[in-house]
Design a protein around this ligand. Structure first.
Ligand code: RIB
Ligand code: CA
Length: 328
C-alpha cells in the first residue's frame, strides 16, 4: 500500500460503516487498523459490525481491535435507537465466521501504543474518544506521535443531536473528549473538528440512494440495507427525507481538505451539567488561548457526494448529482 497510513477509531454504527467503506476505496489511504469503541453500539457489536463491513469490501485483511467497553467516567449510553438493534440498521447480516479472519489478541490501546511508538500515523476518530484518551493517559509519548487527528464530533453553532448543545460522540464520553482536546493543546497541535455544523449538510437522500443502486446495484443495495432504519429514524425525529451521514465526511475531508473550511480556535469540552459534552469554541478569543483545533463550519456538500460516489464506486466520470441533493 502506498497511501497515507491511518487508524480509524470508530463505533460502527451505520455512518461509521459507510466511512469505513469509503476509506477502503481511497488509494490515498492505507488503513492499517480499525479500533472499536463503545458508542452507537456496544463494543462487541461494533467489532462484529466492522468485520461485516470488511467482508463486504473483501478486506478482512484489515486488523480490527477491541477497545473501550464503557466511557471513562459516565455510564455508557448507546445509540441503538438511531442505528438499529444490531447497530447496522436492523439488517442482521450474517456474522463473519471466526475462520474467515484473524482475531487480534492486542487490545485497541495496545495496538495504538505499539503502532505509534514505532511510527507516526494519523487517526480518523469517528466515535467517542475513549480509546484516544486512554492512550493519552497510559502512554503520552505514543499520543504525541499521532500525526493528525480528524474527529467527527462536536458542534460550533449548530444545535446538538443528543442534548441542546452536545453532539453524541463528545456527549457519550465528555471526559475523554476533554482529555484529547487538552492534551492536543499541551502539544501545540490542532484537532480537525468535523462537527455538526458541516455534517448536517451531508444528507443521503432517497434519490442519491436510487442513483447509487443504478450505478452499482451490489454496493447500492448494501448501502440501502444498512441505511433503511436510519432513513426512518430521520423522518420520525426530524421529518427529514434522507439521513445525515456524518462519518464519511471526516474521511473525505482527511483526503480532500478543500471540501470543508473553517477557522482555528481554542476548544474546550464541557464535562458536567446540562452542557455536558458541549464543544465550547472560543471563536472571539475571550480566553486568549492558542488554538488547539481547526473548527470546520462550511462544506461543499455537492463536492462531498461527487467524491463519495466517484471513489466508492470507482467511477470513471463525474456523476451529475446536483438535481439529487436536498437543500439544507
Ligand atoms: O453525532 C454523530 C456521531 O455519533 C457519528 O459519528 C455517529 O456515528 C455517532 O458516533
Ligand atoms: Ca460514529
Amino acid at each position: 500500500m502506498s497511501g497515507k497510513k491511518v487508524i480509524i477509531d470508530c463505533d460502527p454504527g451505520i455512518d461509521d460503516s459507510l466511512a469505513i467503506m469509503l476509506a477502503l476505496s481511497l488509494e490515498e489511504l492505507d488503513v492499517i487498523g480499525i479500533t472499536i469503541v463503545c458508542g452507537n453500539a456496544p463494543v462487541e457489536m461494533g467489532y462484529e459490525n466492522a468485520l461485516k463491513i470488511l467482508r463486504f469490501m473483501n478486506r478482512l485483511d484489515v486488523p480490527v481491535f477491541m477497545g473501550a467497553a464503557a466511557p471513562m467516567k459516565r455510564p455508557f449510553v448507546n445509540a441503538l435507537d438511531t442505528h438499529g438493534p444490531d447497530g447496522l440498521g436492523g439488517s442482521f447480516l450474517d456474522s463473519v465466521p471466526s475462520d474467515a479472519y484473524f482475531r487480534q489478541e492486542q487490545t485497541a490501546l495496545e495496538f495504538l501504543e505499539q503502532t505509534l511508538l514505532a511510527e507516526s500515523v494519523s487517526v480518523i476518530a469517528l466515535g467517542p474518544m475513549t480509546n484516544l484518551a486512554a492512550l493519552a493517559d497510559h502512554c503520552p509519548e505514543a499520543f504525541a506521535r499521532i500525526d493528525s487527528i480528524v474527529s467527527m464530533g462536536g458542534s460550533f453553532r449548530s444545535h446538538g443531536n443528543c442534548s441542546p448543545v452536545a453532539e453524541y460522540n463528545y456527549w457519550c464520553d465528555p471526559d475523554a473528549a476533554a482529555i484529547v482536546y487538552r492534551e492536543t493543546d499541551h502539544l501545540g497541535k490542532r484537532i480537525h473538528m468535523v462537527g455538526l455544523d458541516v455534517t448536517r449538510k451531508i444528507v443521503l437522500t432517497p434519490d442519491l440512494l436510487t442513483y447509487l443502486k443504478r450505478l452499482d446495484p451490489e454496493t447500492g443495495s448494501f448501502v440501502e440495507q444498512i441505511t433503511r432504519f436510519y432513513f426512518d429514524f430521520h423522518w420520525e425525529w426530524e421529518h427529514l427525507i434522507g439521513c445525515v451521514i456524518n462519518d464519511p465526511l471526516a474521511v473525505a475531508y482527511f483526503v480532500q481538505r478543500d471540501l470543508c473550511s473553517g477557522f482555528e480556535a481554542y476548544v474546550q469540552i464541557e464535562t458536567d451539567g446540562i452542557c455536558r459534552g458541549q464543544s465550547v469554541v472560543d471563536s472571539m478569543q475571550f480566553l486568549k488561548h492558542d488554538p488547539n483545533a481547526v473548527v470546520l463550519t462550511q462544506v461543499d456538500a455537492l463536492g462531498f457526494f461527487r467524491f463519495f460516489f466517484l471513489r466508492l464506486l470507482h467511477l470513471k466520470k463525474d456523476p451529475d448529482l446536483l438535481p439529487l441533493l436536498v437543500r439544507t
